[in-house]
Design a protein around this ligand. Sequence first.
Ligand SMILES: [Zn+2]
Ligand SMILES: [Zn+2]
Length: 60
Amino acid sequence: MPRCSVCGEEFPEWQLIRCGDCGKAYCRKCAEEDPTILVLGVCPDCEEAHEAEEDYWDWG
Ligand SMILES: [Zn+2]
Ligand SMILES: [Zn+2]
């Protein structure tokens, strides 16, 4: 079974949320602790990279 890349526990694929960019896997619990993956569909690392490229937050 694939592992959550945060807590390292094994989960069935359908229970994991994957980063659309790098494919990093998050289990439900870890995704809820760091909801970037739930909200944006990418992990915080990739989100930072996106933020630098396209400033879609528009916070100035
Ligand atoms: Zn986890
Ligand atoms: Zn990622």
